[in-house]
Design a binder for this molecule. Structure first.
Ligand code: SF4
Length: 497
């Protein structure tokens, strides 16, 4: 584990300088965040420094190998036989930021001298963007999202079969009550570390969110992400339906589709059926607002699909007309035949071809998943741990001379000012995140560039050490994900082009 520099001791208590709290820690105790401890008079970063290693035999999984545990093959050869990348997980923080970052390591990448600046950032302004694959109504846009009754974020837009939440941010972390800040920080910490977090939405549902797993909505685990909106579903399956049924309505809270009126139906010469849909007609065969949003059919509040139909037009409709009503996931469906009064009569079984088309809708739905993206900004004082002239780091990132990663996972850098990044928490090593009680989230961040570029941006050259120095204290290694770029690879940088 990584030892920290001790700058002050009083009565045997060591002062931790890793954040503004500046705990004095007695022998055998840990600080307020449980991230640092006094072990025999040394100030120790409790979580192990984590490296990522690319080995052909690891199967590309992000798997933790703790000393003496699963890694029976570990031969101590950290440098020569395999490529290693020092992540900021367990690296520690330097505070205030004018001190060089905890690790500034050099290594060669195919003949090019590279450097990686490694630090655990303290993020007082950070948040998480959450994508929940569901059509079910979670609550009104802009509604507060609460954990244990405290607001920790809000509902944003519904997009493409997913509902987005925006959680955290400076207003919840620091702008509300102490309890709001503490619960927001705790919720972000648990979410980013891959734990399940129960939330309620004002005027909406109770949900449980866990990165990489299905959302639980009002106690029910979501199964499928919809295949598309009602109109798109008509477009996809019109041909399968054309020969086997006279009319199809795909019920959807956003855009309900009607086969005979839809452009797809017209191209396939499907005749009018006299169907009438309650709702606001958009373009042909596409209806908005057929019902209120809810957790029923297609994200509406209906349990009886016939409730969105008006009476059939007797000039066009006829007894025996075959009608399929289906939701955008294929989870709900009903097959009807018009009786002599032109009233749809529910049939107890589906004809085989119709059943197959419903099954195909379901087959085309992907599993519903919660995605959690950590969003942090490194455009502030953290940059001083990298360079004496912070704006040079910003420019270097914008110029694609510096590659940003979070725990080795690729970080998307937003355009515009600052260094605002987003990273998928499921691509990061387990338990990458910590907190300090200010409150703020602690997250790993690494800046990788050519050594010459580091020198040019005013880097702390005196603090550069060979990677072997860091590897000596690394106690946890994880295998590289096959789908993630290797942080020092040339293609991450403009100079490769
Ligand atoms: S809260 Fe943690 S990081 Fe901050 S001073 Fe205390 S022990 Fe150090």
């Amino acid at each position: 584990m990584v030892k920290q520099v001790i700058e002050s001791t009083i009565d045997g208590k060591i002062r931790c300088d890793a954040c503004p709290v500046m705990c004095y820690i007695s022998e055998g105790k840990s600080g307020a965040c449980d991230r640092y401890a006094n072990v025999g008079g040394d100030l120790i970063r409790v979580d192990p420094l984590t490296i990522i290693e690319n080995r052909k035999d690891n199967g590309g999984q992000l798997v933790s190998f703790l000393p003496g545990a699963e890694d029976k093959d570990w031969d101590g050869d950290l440098v020569q036989a395999k490529r290693s990348f020092v992540t900021a997980v367990g690296a520690g923080t330097t505070y205030p930021d004018y001190k060089p970052a905890p690790f500034i390591v050099s290594q060669q990448e195919r003949g090019v001298d590279m450097v990686t600046v490694v630090t655990e950032g303290i993020f007082s302004y950070c948040g998480a963007k959450v994508k929940i694959d569901t059509d079910r109504y979670l609550g009104p846009e802009t509604s507060a999202v609460r954990v244990e009754g405290e607001p920790v974020g809000h509902v944003t837009t519904g997009e493409y079969g997913s509902q987005m939440l925006s959680l955290g941010g400076v207003h919840h972390l620091t702008g509300g009550t102490k309890k709001e800040g503490r619960l927001t920080c705790d919720a972000l910490l648990r979410l980013c570390n891959g734990e399940a977090v129960a939330m309620t939405i004002d005027g909406g549902a109770g949900i449980v969110v866990k990165a990489g797993t299905a959302p639980v909505i009002n106690g029910v685990e979501e199964q499928r992400m919809r295949v598309g909106c009602g109109s798109a579903t008509i477009g996809m399956f019109a041909k399968q339906w054309a020969r086997h049924v006279d009319e199809v309505v795909v019920v959807d809270d956003h855009i309900t589709g009607v086969l005979s009126e839809h452009q797809a139906g017209r191209v396939l010469n499907i005749p009018a059926t006299g169907i009438r849909i309650k709702g606001r007609r958009s373009t042909p065969g596409r209806y908005f607002q057929v019902a209120e949003p809810g957790t029923g059919w297609g994200g509406t509040n209906i349990s009886d699909p016939l409730s969105i139909l008006g009476a059939f037009d007797p000039k066009t409709a006829y007894p025996g007309l075959r009608l399929l009503m289906v939701s955008t996931t294929g989870e709900q469906y009903g097959y009807y035949i018009l009786d002599e009064n032109l009233v749809p009569a529910l049939q107890t079984s589906l004809p085989d071809d119709i059943r197959l088309s419903v099954e195909q809708i379901a087959e085309n739905c992907e599993p519903a998943v919660c995605s959690v993206l950590f969003m942090g900004g490194a455009g502030g004082s953290l940059r001083a741990g990298v360079t004496r002239n912070p704006v040079q780091l910003t420019r270097s990132v914008k110029d694609a001379l510096t590659y940003v990663s979070c725990g080795g996972a690729p970080a998307y850098v937003w355009p515009g000012g600052g260094i605002t990044v987003m990273a998928d928490v499921t691509q990061m090593p387990a338990n990458s995140f910590g907190y300090v009680p200010t409150p703020a989230l602690v997250a790993p961040i690494e800046f990788t560039m050519r050594l010459d570029d580091y020198r040019a941006l005013g880097g702390h050259m005196e603090a550069v050490v060979p990677i072997e120095e860091a590897l000596k204290v690394a106690e946890r290694k994880v295998a590289q994900r096959q789908d993630a770029p290797w942080p020092t690879e040339r293609q991450n940088f403009k100079w490769q082009a």
